[in-house]
Design a protein around this ligand. Structure first.
Ligand code: ZN
Ligand code: FE
Length: 255
């Protein structure tokens, strides 16, 4: 089976909307359409017909284009069951462990509460692609608006278990600032130092740093590494990954 074609659309200040296209069936999805205009432009350019919107969470910068896209294209809107009431125009909901059929492909849903209480992620195993909204960022993670550190640590644990060649398509281009912070809590990590330099170089050329791979995240993302002694020593919470995660998240909030 052929992989999904994935097109990345930068919108607003630093959001990414993703268009997914299954060539065999014609199914086309927009993941977290902040706004409709740039998505409609991309559809015109590609000749694809929008069949789905896939939302990860209710925040306006991820759902703001839902209703206009539905009206313009007749697409169906899929989102988190736990947050059905807050997803504009939702038709179908999914929850942890369920699969959703998208054209000839299958998306597996994970409940990943923490940033919001109903946040989900979509994993397409045969395209090695993860759409994780504002749960996992490249070298970072989402703020805890509606969840606890223990919840977010458990959510990130589900994503960490995916294959290392999984491509991480997150909701924002926050990578450069995340790397700067990561170096303050994991300063001796050579993989992080090298990746931070690569990211500076890419951003200087205005290139997107998203997607990255889960393998790279495991080596460089401090929020996935709260179970590592080096991070626990810096946080002063040796032996306690949740307390380490909480301390690192707190430091990032005030960074
Ligand atoms: Zn958000
Ligand atoms: Fe966001």
């Amino acid at each position: 089976m052929s992989e999904l074609v994935i097109r990345q659309i930068p919108v607003l200040r630093d959001n990414y909307v993703y268009l997914l296209h299954d060539e065999a069936s014609g199914a086309t999805g927009a993941v977290d359409p902040s706004v409709a205009g740039p998505v409609l432009d991309a559809l015109r350019e590609t000749g694809w017909r929008l069949t789905h919107v896939l939302n990860t969470h209710h925040h306006h910068d991820h759902t703001g284009g839902n209703l206009e896209l539905k009206q313009a294209t007749g697409c169906v809107i899929v989102g988190p069951r736990a947050d059905r009431a807050r997803i504009p125009g939702i038709d179908f909901d999914v929850a942890d462990g369920e699969t959703y059929r998208f054209g000839g492909h299958e998306a597996r849903a994970f409940d990943v509460p923490g940033h919001t209480r109903g946040h989900i992620a979509y994993w397409f195993p045969d395209s090695r692609a993860l759409f994780c909204g504002d749960t996992l960022f490249i070298m970072g993670c989402g703020r805890l608006f509606e969840g606890t550190p223990a919840q977010m640590w458990a959510s990130l644990g589900k994503l960490k278990a995916l294959p290392p060649d999984t491509r991480v398509y997150c909701g924002h281009e926050y990578t450069q600032a995340n790397a700067r912070f990561a170096l303050t809590v994991d300063p001796e990590n050579p993989a992080l130092q090298a990746r931070a330099r690569r990211v500076d170089d890419m951003r200087m050329k205005n290139l997107p740093t998203v997607p990255g791979t889960m393998g790279e995240e495991l080596l460089t993302n401090p929020f996935l590494r709260a179970d590592q002694a080096a991070l626990q020593v810096v946080a002063g919470t040796l032996g306690d990954p949740v307390a380490t995660f909480a301390e690192i998240r707190h430091r990032k909030d005030i960074f």
